[in-house]
Design a protein around this ligand. Structure first.
Ligand SMILES: [Zn+2]
Length: 163
C-alpha cells in the first residue's frame, strides 16, 4: 500500500530541481528540507504561497537518516557526487516514506539502493497541475496567456495560487 496524503496521493519529497521546474504545483502534500528551501529562495513568491496554504512543509531529517544515506552513498561510490542538500532530501524521503521527486541520476541511484520510491520531474508534469496566477493586490485571476509580470488591472504583483 502506498502512503496516503489528504487527497489520497502519496507525500512528495521535493529536491531543488523540482522547484525550479514548476512541477511542484502538482502536489498538495509536499515536503522538503531547509537546505533545499535555501537553494530555491529566488522563487519565494510561489513558495511562500505554498507554505502559507500548508501545501508545502519543511522538515529537517534526523541525524540517523542522514548517516544512513551517507552510508549507502559511500557504498555505491556516490557520496562525493552528492551535495549536503541532495543528502538531506534523500534522508527525508527515507524517513517519511514519501516519493522523492528528482531528475538527478546520482540521487536516483542512491534512492534505488535504499528502496526509496522516486519519480522523475518531467514525468510528473503530465499529471494534473492545477494552479492559477492571481494578482496579490486586487485578487483578479491573470489569464494564462498574459505575459506581463504585473497585474494588467492595477499593476500589483502576480503570485501563483493552487486554486
Ligand atoms: Zn490587480
Amino acid at each position: 500500500m502506498e502512503k496516503r496524503g489528504n487527497n489520497g496521493r502519496s507525500k512528495a519529497v521535493l529536491d531543488a530541481a523540482a522547484f525550479l521546474n514548476s512541477s511542484f504545483f502538482a502536489y498538495d502534500d509536499a515536503v522538503t528540507t531547509p537546505r533545499v528551501l535555501d537553494e530555491v529562495k529566488s522563487r519565494s513568491a510561489v513558495i511562500d504561497a505554498l507554505l502559507r496554504n500548508g501545501e508545502l512543509n519543511v522538515i529537517t531529517p534526523s541525524k540517523t537518516a542522514v548517516e544512513t544515506v551517507k552510508h549507502a552513498a559511500r557504498k555505491l561510490g556516490e557520496l562525493y557526487k552528492l551535495s549536503e542538500t541532495d543528502i538531506s532530501v534523500l534522508a527525508l524521503a527515507w524517513e517519511t516514506g514519501g516519493t522523492l521527486v528528482t531528475d538527478d541520476f546520482h540521487i536516483q541511484n542512491v534512492a534505488e539502493e535504499m528502496g526509496i520510491d522516486y519519480k522523475g520531474i518531467t514525468e510528473k508534469i503530465r499529471k494534473k497541475i492545477k494552479w492559477v496566477r492571481k494578482c496579490s493586490r486586487c485578487g483578479r485571476r491573470i489569464p494564462p496567456n498574459y505575459r506581463g509580470t504585473r497585474c494588467p488591472h492595477c499593476g500589483g504583483k502576480i503570485i501563483y495560487s493552487s486554486n
